[in-house]
Design a protein around this ligand. Structure first.
Ligand code: PEP
Ligand code: MN
Length: 363
C-alpha cells in the first residue's frame, strides 16, 4: 500500500523547529528541583525542547511509574522561566487532557503505545485535529507498517505536525543494545515519506552511556533530523533508566563532538541507496559477530565437558560431519563450497584453540 501523509512544518509557539532538532531532559520528572535544574542547563545549551516522562510505561509493576499530574506544574514553571518547549509522553486521553491543560507543547506516543492500534486510534480520536505536534516513536517490534499505521491514524485524525522517533527495537538474544537500532527500518520510513522528519533516540537504543556517542554519530551520518536524548542532573540516582542518562555537561560534550554532514545526495534527507545497503551490512555483521560469540560459549561448555570426562579435543568424525552438512546447507543457499570451507576451518581452529586453553586451565 502506497500511503501518503498530509504534513505541515512543525511549528511550536509560532516558531518553526530547525533541523537537526535536539530534545533533551530526564527519563522521568522526579522532583521540582531535578526538573528545574536539568531544564535550566538544557536551556543554557541552546537545546529548544525539554522532555520529561510524567506517566512511565514500565515493563514490571512495582518500578517507578512516574509521578503523574503533580509533576506537570514543574514543567509549566520551567517553560515560563526558560522558554523551553515542553514534551511529554501520553498514552490515554486523560494524559492528553492533563498535559495540554498544563501547557505541554509537544506530545509523544511511546513505543509500547504505538504498537497498539486500538490505543493509537483512541489518542487520535481524542486529539481530533488539535494544533499540537505529535512525535510518534517506533513500535517496540520491528514492524514498519505498524509504525506507519500509527502515523497514519494520527494524520487521518487531522494531526499534521508529525515527527517520527527511532528508538530501536526489542529483540531476543545477545546484543550490546537495549533496543537494536535496525537502521534499515527508519531509513525505509524516510524513503516512503521524505517530508516526515525522523529523529533518533539514542538513549533507548543504547540503554547505556558508553554507546551513546557512536549511535548519535550514526544518526548524523545517516542524515536523520535530530536527537531525542535523556539527561539528568544526577543520572546514577535517577528513578528510571539510570544507566543510559547523562548529565547536561556530558551531553554538551557529546553533542559538540558530533559532525552533522549535509546529505550530498537525495532531497530532504532522502538516503542514498548505498547508505541504506551499508547500514544493512553493518547490522548483519553485528549480528554475525554476536552469533559467533554465542557459538564460542557453547564450544567452551563442550570443552569443559570433554575435560571432565577425559575425552580428546579433536574428534575427526564429528568434524567431517560438520563440514559435509554445512557445505550442503551452503550449497542450497547458493554459497560456494570454498567460502563455507574457509569460514568453517577458521571457526573450527578457534574452537580447538579455546578448548586447548580449557584443557591447560588457561581459561
Ligand atoms: C521514554 O522516552 O521515556 C520512553 C519510555 O521511551 P520508549 O517509549 O521509546 O520506550
Ligand atoms: Mn527512559
Amino acid at each position: 500500500m502506497n500511503a501518503k501523509l498530509d504534513l505541515e512544518e512543525v511549528v511550536v509557539n509560532g516558531k518553526k523547529l530547525e533541523t537537526p532538532v535536539f530534545v533533551s531532559g530526564p527519563c522521568s520528572a522526579e522532583t521540582e528541583e531535578q526538573v528545574l535544574e536539568t531544564g535550566r542547563k538544557i536551556a543554557k545549551m541552546g537545546i529548544p525542547i525539554y522532555r520529561a516522562g510524567i506517566w512511565k510505561p514500565r515493563t514490571r509493576p512495582g518500578s517507578f511509574e512516574g509521578l503523574g499530574v503533580v509533576a506537570l506544574p514543574w514543567l509549566q514553571k520551567l517553560k515560563e522561566e526558560t522558554g523551553l518547549i515542553i514534551a511529554t509522553e501520553v498514552a490515554n486521553p486523560h494524559h492528553i487532557k492533563e498535559a495540554l491543560d498544563h501547557g505541554v507543547d509537544i506530545l509523544w506516543i511511546g513505543a509500547r503505545t504505538s504498537a497498539n492500534p486500538f490505543a493509537v486510534q483512541e489518542l487520535a480520536d481524542y486529539l481530533g485535529g488539535k494544533d499540537v505536534p505529535v512525535f510518534v516513536k517506533n513500535p517496540v517490534n520491528p514492524d514498519i507498517d505498524l509504525w506507519v499505521g500509527a502515523l497514519e491514524r494520527m494524520n487521518k485524525a487531522g494531526m499534521k505536525k508529525l515527527m517520527a522517533v527511532h528508538r530501536g527495537f526489542s529483540h531476543y538474544g545477545p546484543s550490546p543494545y537495549r533496543n537494536k537500532p535496525q537502521w534499515d527500518i527508519p531509513i525505509e520510513l524516510k524513503r516512503r515519506f521524505p517530508e516526515l522528519p525522523i529523529i533518533v533516540d539514542p538513549s533507548h537504543i543504547c540503554g547505556r552511556r558508553d554507546l551513546l556517542a557512536g549511535v548519535c554519530q550514526k544518526a548524523a551520518d545517516l542524515t536523520f533530523d535530530g536527537l531525542f536524548i535523556e539527561s539528568h542532573i544526577d543520572p546514577d540516582k535517577a528513578l528510571s533508566d539510570k544507566a543510559q542518562q547523562v548529565t547536561p555537561e556530558a551531553l554538551e560534550e557529546l553533542l559538540s563532538s558530533l559532525i552533522w554532514r549535509k546529505s550530498e545526495v537525495g532531497t530532504n534527507g532522502l538516503m542514498h541507496d548505498l547508505e541504506i545497503l551499508r547500514s544493512k551490512i553493518d547490522q548483519i555483521d553485528d549480528e554475525v559477530l554476536h552469533i559467533f560469540k554465542e557459538r564460542m560459549k557453547v564450544v567452551e561448555k563442550i570443552g569443559e565437558l570433554k575435560k571432565k570426562n577425559k575425552v580428546t579435543i579433536l574428534q575427526t568424525s564429528r568434524w567431517s560431519e560438520i563440514l559435509e552438512e554445512r557445505k550442503e546447507v551452503g550449497k542450497k543457499l547458493g554459497l560456494s563450497e570454498d567460502f563455507i570451507g574457509t569460514i568453517l576451518k577458521a571457526v573450527h581452529q578457534e574452537s580447538i584453540n579455546t578448548q586447548t586453553k580449557i584443557m591447560n586451565k588457561e581459561i
